[in-house]
Ligand binder design. Sequence first.
Ligand SMILES: Nc1ncnc2c1ncn2[C@@H]1O[C@H](COP(=O)(O)OP(=O)(O)OP(=O)(O)O)[C@@H](O)[C@H]1O
Length: 246
Amino acid sequence: MKNMKKVKTGIPGMDDILHGGIPERNIVLLSGGPGTGKTIFCQQFLYKGVKEYNEPGILVALEEHPVQIRENMKQFGWDVRELEEEEEKFVIVDAFTSGIGRAAKREKYIVKDPNDERELIDVLRTAINDIGAKRVGIDSVTTLYINKPMMARKTVFLLKRVISGLGCTAIFTSQISVGERGFGGPGVEHAVDGIIRLDLDEIKGELKRSLIVWKMRGTNHSLKRRPFDITDKGIYVHSDKVLKIR
Ligand SMILES: Nc1ncnc2c1ncn2[C@@H]1O[C@H](COP(=O)(O)OP(=O)(O)OP(=O)(O)O)[C@@H](O)[C@H]1O
């Protein structure tokens, strides 16, 4: 079989686990409970994509104000302002503020109603074409169908067709409850090309972070649970270690 092109994650240790990276055009569901690191993982994938691999990226913000996202990313030394304004290699699509508020008026890409799939797709397609994006992050995809679970599969397929069709590789963050075994519902889990799950488990009185690649179409990958850290430089995965949680 011809080797598929792999997209480097920009997360130390992660590409070893994925035997080189995420197969190009894959849509990866990044599932986890609250505070497991989904947002940081997604932002690192996009920021490093531009900085280290010269692959422009789009972040669709559904959970946080774009101003707050830029501030949070700075904590890790990821200053996206220059990438947005000077280099034009990074875009935040504001699907959070509905364009309301003084700060929101300065945003270039706004989705007024995230429930309107057509509007979201139009803005996303424009943004991808404007900067020649190769990577997309949606944080979180759960927000798009939390009030209409029957639409989850259709929404994910629609996004997948457009994003993958335009040659991009994507991470969709998916919110699950603490202790939940799934990844975001059967419709979604089967529709996506890959699933990476982030966990936070209490072991001997301390919370430990770990991740596991549950599925990844187009490549072999490690099936082991790997511990990871969040530091002031972002996520670091210990691809040579195993965490046993039971
Ligand atoms: N600078 C930092 N250094 C170390 N750890 C940090 C730093 N900033 C945040 N964290 C850790 O990351 C966690 C938040 O991660 P993140 O926002 O990616 O979670 P999430 O999975 O997106 O959560 P949610 O679904 O609740 O939004 C915090 O709870 C904290 O433990």
